[in-house]
Design a protein around this ligand. Sequence first.
Ligand SMILES: [Zn+2]
Length: 211
Amino acid sequence: MPPNALDKTTIFSIYSKTVDEKKITVFPTRFIIPAGTPEKPSSLVVGPSSWWKEIHESDQLLEIPQHSAMMAKSIVDDYCSGIFGYIPGISEPGLFWIPGELTVAEAKKQHGALFQQAEQRQREWYLRLVQAADSLWSRTNMSPSAISDDMRRAARELKLDTKEWLTNFQAVELTKCVACGSARNPAFPVCPTCKHVDKAKAKELGLAFAE
Ligand SMILES: [Zn+2]
């Protein structure tokens, strides 16, 4: 089926990470949206795509064309769907699309509000990530491995550079609590799960606990 050359949609990104989405059932199969910022957004123009549907009890495949706007929506939605803290339209990476082929300058001039809204939603997402990181940090007794790359990026974007979990990068090897078997940070004498006290560690730190 000849694709409609006029059917274009532009995806814009103010998200500081490259999006690389593969879709094995459609052609083209790979979509790369470069990293962007609110000051310097990036863009990707997508055209219509096709996917193939098996026809019942035959070897034939039926080609189902998909408009460029549908493609843009599915690229962004599929990328976001697995992300921690994602709430569509409320808390999400700064990705959105506008029908037609537009440059960043044209889009900013004609649809400036969309960029501002995307920035607000991304900020909301960053705040949620930082909140989650704060809670994970204390619940895991300061284990850097509990903090995801997205959480670190969120804190940097919000200029919260003094977050303890952002600066404290020494890798901590978690060990198993001898009493309950759950993972714990050996640098601290009390198991966060069952409150068992590692007496050797407590002694090393000069801490006394009631027997
Ligand atoms: Zn324990």
